[in-house]
Design a protein around this ligand. Structure first.
Ligand SMILES: [Mg+2]
Length: 361
């Protein structure tokens, strides 16, 4: 369990939030503890036992955290919720902290805007969620930040007025259509950001294609395994793979990657991710987009990042290092996280987006 949320009363703490509460908000700047968590995320050198443990821990099917919660009783859950309270429950505090600042919304897709489903190609979002995202984008610059390929996530979301950062932020494109918020006070930076295109890993495209083909070949003998080409990175989904085969699957993937030291292996919820060894992740994408919008060094910006996955921790980490905005983890169970708040599921994400729109109106 991280210690970030414990009894911190930062300078700008909203009156009424800190009193009697143990979570920290805005997030305190952090150092070594971030590195610790990052170390847990990057599993390139992990042993097989660790791989399996990690795969199980990230899988809701296993709910590895659940036994720990059950064993510890409600007290641990309560303690976790105290450190990472519901963003809906603390909504007034959130809005108060953002008052006078430009909110910029960052939304993960899978598990955040759409439920995790067995077939990743079927992870559609509801019309109600699309309407909620469309409404929020009318008021605030809004970006979708996903591990999926940008085209694929766009086809799910289908809102041209958003920013899209696909391939874990390695493929960024600005809106292809105006949203109302652009018409209110379009800054110079914002105008430029509309045409932004950032692809820091373009040199890796041929290698990614090659490894994709090798993995498809290897995974063909593992029932339920699915390889997804996300353009600048690859996903090996094990949502439908029998648990007894997970070890074999991980070993097969690692055997392919031994020949490709410039690629690294990380993992998310029921998925292994292969991506270039470059210093770029969802956190970098967040920083890039803030910069492109003209908010790089501004104190009057309030980025809100909502995500459910380990890869989203990179973005939560950036918010903590900036001491700015709010990271919100979508989860039903206590997890190690650098997020300040929590929401239980995509339905609650939708409610929060709607509340933000109402507060702005
Ligand atoms: Mg996700």
């Amino acid at each position: 369990m991280t210690k970030h949320g414990v009894v911190v009363v930062p300078e700008d703490t909203v009156v009424g939030v800190a009193a009697g509460r143990h979570f920290s908000f805005p997030p305190p700047r952090t150092g070594d503890s971030c590195k610790m968590l990052a170390g847990q995320i990057d599993l390139g050198a992990a042993m097989m036992g660790s791989w399996l443990d990690s795969m199980k821990a990230s899988s809701p099917r296993y709910k590895l955290v659940a036994p720990r919660v059950a064993a510890a009783g409600d007290a641990e859950q309560d303690d976790w919720m105290e450190k990472h309270p519901s963003a809906l429950g603390e909504f007034e505090s959130l809005v108060a902290a953002a008052s006078g600042k430009q909110i910029v919304m960052f939304l993960d897709y899978d598990g955040t805007l759409s439920p995790i489903v067995e077939d990743p190609d079927s992870a559609v979002m509801t019309d109600e969620m699309r309407e909620a995202v469309r409404s929020v984008a009318e008021h605030f610059p809004t970006a979708i930040v996903s591990g999926r390929g940008r085209d694929k996530v766009f086809n799910f979301v289908r809102l041209a007025e958003l920013y899209y950062a696909g391939s874990h932020g390695m493929d960024i494109q600005g809106p292809t259509a105006d949203s109302n918020h652009h018409l209110n006070t379009p800054s110079k930076g914002e105008k430029q950001a509309r045409s932004v295109l950032c692809q820091p890993a373009s040199e890796f495209l041929p290698m990614i294609g090659e490894v994709h083909d090798l993995l498809v070949e290897k995974m063909a003998v593992i029932p339920g395994a699915m390889v997804e080409n996300n353009k600048f990175c690859l996903s090996v989904h094990f949502r439908c793979v029998d648990e007894k085969t997970w070890g074999t699957l991980a070993e097969q993937v690692r055997s392919v990657l031994r020949e490709y030291p410039r690629l690294r292996l990380t993992q998310g919820r029921k998925v292994l991710e292969i991506r270039p060894v470059i210093k770029w992740d969802k956190g970098r994408a967040l920083e890039f987009l803030l910069g492109a919008l003209g908010f790089a060094d501004r104190t009057d910006v309030f980025p809100i990042y909502i995500g459910d996955d380990r890869t989203d921790e990179d973005a939560f980490k950036v918010l903590r290092s900036r001491g700015q905005g709010a990271g919100i983890l979508v989860t039903r169970f206590p997890k190690d996280t650098l997020a300040s708040f929590s929401l239980r599921d995509p339905d609650e994400v939708k409610d929060l987006l709607r509340e933000l729109v109402i507060s702005k109106s």
